[in-house]
Design a protein around this ligand. Sequence first.
Ligand code: KG4
Ligand code: ZN
Length: 335
Amino acid sequence: MTLLLAIETSCDETSIAIVRNGTGSRPTEVLSNVVSSQIELHAEFGGVVPEVASRAHLEMLEPVLAQALAEANVTPDDIDAVAATHGPGLIGALLIGVSAAKALALAWGVPYVGVNHMEGHLFAPFLEAPDLEPPLVVLLVSGGHTMIVHLKAFGDYKILGSTIDDAAGEAFDKVARYLGLGYPGGPLVDKLARDGDRDAIRFPRGLMDEGLDFSFSGMKTAVINYVRKNRDAENADLCAGFQEAVVDVLVTKTMRAAEQVGANGVCLGGGVAANSRLRERFAEEAAKRNLTCLVPDRAFCTDNAAMIASAAHWRLQNDGPMPLDDGAIPNLKLV
Ligand code: KG4
Ligand code: ZN
């Protein structure tokens, strides 16, 4: 039994979680997963301001740590290892979490593990379903990444497809900004789409019939062009139609990938995995193909430290601790 404390500060969420075990072990138990969002601080700028993010992480780290320990009902003496996201992400933001984790590891006399943020998203499903068996196909969709990953075994990944332009979350955010909905756009588009007719406006599906890569930039431009020509179009219908187009390509290509590699099942990860229509369509299409499907709880889809603890647990078992001179790697790749 290992009790891990993990810190996630790669972008605009300060999160600390305490998890018993993690990927590759059972039982896995999330004792606490505190997330302090900076969304309101960045909203007035329409996007994440790196300097503002770093300062906010620094301010929030101590109260979030105190809350994570209190909610888990443990003391520092109970912690067996400390982990932090060491990339990819904003360098200043990453350094706050990495430095804090290394300082705690040193002070508490326990090992330190640096975790790849994308491996965290990849391992989030195992928090709820530790019995899930690779090979799996995981659709990772966030504000910065869109990829279909073949999880052949823990630690053995192949990227089967990725975006050639905007990430899916970025496309949601840009459409929302154009429609004047606010920031971050994904949840706002999702909410408005519920009142719209998803068949009222049919937007193009980028690269739908070609391979496993994605292209969202043209789909975003199609929305802009439509609004220019149809000033009276309802925002709810625009959101529903755009969301349907994005979800259609994401789901179609993930199922295509699962068939191609003969996966046991399919999983979703990343902030866009919180999208209600994506969750619904993903589960429906997987069921039609008799694929095991895991759509994680929304709290484990958007950035959180529990998924980092899950990945850290496996890394610790597999590779052992990392030296305390390990730094932050802003452009770290998954493979
Ligand atoms: O994984 P994440 O929390 O942070 C990154 O690592 O990027 O993902 C954030 C992205 C944003 O673009 C946000 O608009 C999108 O996830 N998002 C959503 C929803 N909730 C968050 N997109 C569509 N529908 C949602 N419900
Ligand atoms: Zn993320």
